[in-house]
Design a protein around this ligand. Structure first.
Ligand code: NAD
Length: 357
C-alpha cells in the first residue's frame, strides 16, 4: 500500500523519517493523533527486516497509544517511534542524541519514552537533546523502570475483574496462572501472593522462573502447559497473540488479565471469549500503568500521586466490563467504544468552541 493510503485509512496526522549520517540513525516517528494532547509513546529499537516492516509496526503501535491514552482518561494523544537496528550492536550515545534532536524538531507534538530495546539510561541520553522525553532514571528526576507500576495496574485491573465475576475484588484464594516471569510478571506474582492468592507460572527462561519459585514458593509448569492449568485467572505477561485457535480451547480460567500487548491473535478470539463467558481485560486498558506513570513526569514526578492514578484503573476497567455486560458486546469492543467516544466528545467540544470564537 502507498504510504499516504496507509495514513489515510486510520487517520494518522504525521510521520517523520529521521536520518543522521554520522551515526547511521534511521528512525521513524509516527503521530496518530494529538486530539487529546501531545502524542506520547515509546521508542522501539528493533532489527526490522525491512523499512516497510518498521513503518507498519510504528503506525500500528502509534494508533494503539491513542486508544490506550484515551481509555485511561489521559490528556495525551498517540504516537510511537522506532529505530531500525540491533540495539546490542548499533546503540550509542551519539545515535540516541541524534534521535533526541529528531524528537526536539517536532516541538512537543511527540513525547518519547522507553519500549522494547530501549531503557531508562537511553532516555537520559535523549534528554540531553530534548525535554520531550519521559521514563528517565530517578537520578534525573524521572520515574525509573515502569514495570512495577505496570504490574500494580494489572493487579488493580485484575481485582476489578474479580469483582465482576465473584462479587468480591479480593484475590485471596484465587489461583493465577502467569505466563512470563520477566519485569512485569514477577512484580505481579508478588502482589498476588502478598494478597493471599496462589500462583502457577511459566517462562521460557528458567533463570527468572526458578528465582521466583525460590522467593515465593509458587508452582511452575512447562511453557506449553500454562494454557491448560487449573486456575481462576490467566495472566499473559510475555508475548502477544497468545489467545488463538490453538490455545483458546485449553483455557480453564474465568478471567484473562495480563500485561502483554495484543493478546488476541485476532478480534474474533475476543468474540469467542465473550461467547464462552471468559472475562477478557482489554490489554491496552489493563497495562496502562506504565503510561500513567510516565505521564506523571510531565508535571514533576511524584510516586504516590502516580500510584493513585494507576489505582484508578480499577474504575476504568469496571466501566468497560459493565458496558460490555449492558450492551452484550465483547470487552475489547467496549474498550474501543469508550476511547472513541471520549475522542468524539472532545472533537465536538473543540468544534463548538471554535465556532463560537
Ligand atoms: P520482559 O521481557 O521483562 O519479560 C517477558 C518474559 O516473558 C521473559 O522472562 C521471557 O523469557 C518470557 N517469555 C517470552 N516468551 C515466552 C513464552 N512463549 N512463554 C513463556 N514465557 C515467555 O517483559 P516485561 O517488561 O515484563 O513485559 C511483559 C509484557 O508486557 C510484554 O508483552 C510487554 O510488551 C508488555 N508491557 C510491559 C510494560 C512494562 O512496563 N514493562 C508496559 C506495558 C506492556
Amino acid at each position: 500500500m502507498a504510504v499516504f493510503d496507509m495514513l489515510r485509512v486510520d487517520g494518522y496526522e504525521q510521520v517523520n523519517f529521521w536520518y543522521d549520517r554520522p551515526t547511521g540513525l534511521k528512525a521513524i516517528m509516527a503521530i496518530h493523533s494529538t486530539e487529546l494532547g501531545p502524542a506520547l509513546g515509546g521508542l522501539r529499537f528493533w532489527p526490522y527486516k525491512s523499512e516497510e516492516d518498521a513503518l507498519v509496526d510504528v503506525l500500528r503501535l502509534a494508533k494503539g497509544m491513542t486508544y490506550k491514552a484515551a481509555a485511561a482518561g489521559l490528556n495525551l494523544g498517540g504516537g510511537k517511534a522506532v529505530i531500525i537496528g540491533d540495539p546490542k550492536v548499533d546503540k550509542s550515545e551519539a545515535l540516541l542524541r541524534a534521535f533526541g534532536r529528531g524528537v526536539a524538531s517536532l516541538n512537543g507534538r511527540y513525547i518519547t519514552a522507553e519500549d522494547m530495546g530501549t531503557n531508562v539510561w537511553d532516555m537520559d541520553y535523549i534528554s540531553l537533546e530534548t525535554k520531550f522525553v519521559t521514563g528517565l532514571t530517578t537520578a534525573k528526576g524521572g520515574s525509573g523502570d515502569p514495570s512495577p507500576m505496570t504490574a500494580f495496574g494489572v493487579f488493580t485491573g485484575m481485582r476489578a475483574c474479580c469483582n465482576q465475576v465473584w462479587e468480591s475484588s479480593s484475590i485471596r484464594g484465587k489461583r493465577v496462572a502467569i505466563q512470563g516471569t520477566g519485569h512485569v510478571g514477577q512484580h505481579l506474582a508478588r502482589y498476588i501472593v502478598r494478597e493471599g492468592g496462589s500462583v502457577v507460572a511459566t517462562d521460557v527462561s528458567t533463570e527468572s522462573l526458578t528465582a521466583l519459585k525460590n522467593e515465593l514458593g509458587i508452582d511452575t509448569v512447562a511453557p506449553d502447559d500454562i494454557y491448560g492449568v487449573d486456575c481462576d485467572i490467566f495472566a499473559p505477561c510475555a508475548i502477544g497473540a497468545v489467545i488463538n485457535d490453538n490455545t483458546i480451547d485449553q483455557l480453564k480460567c474465568k478471567i484473562i488479565a495480563g500485561a502483554a500487548n495484543n493478546q488476541l491473535a485476532e478480534e474474533r478470539h475476543g468474540d469467542l471469549l465473550h461467547e464462552r463467558g471468559i472475562l477478557y481485560a482489554p490489554d491496552y486498558v489493563i497495562n496502562a500503568g506504565g503510561l500513567l506513570n510516565v505521564y506523571e513526569e510531565l508535571h514533576g514526578y511524584n510516586r504516590e500521586r502516580a500510584m493513585q492514578k494507576v489505582g484508578q484503573l480499577m474504575e476504568a476497567m469496571t466501566r468497560i466490563v459493565e458496558k460490555s455486560k449492558a450492551e452484550n458486546i465483547p470487552t475489547y469492543q467496549a474498550a474501543d467504544h469508550v476511547a472513541e467516544r471520549r475522542m468524539q466528545l472532545i472533537r465536538e467540544v473543540k468544534r463548538t468552541y471554535l465556532n463560537r470564537n
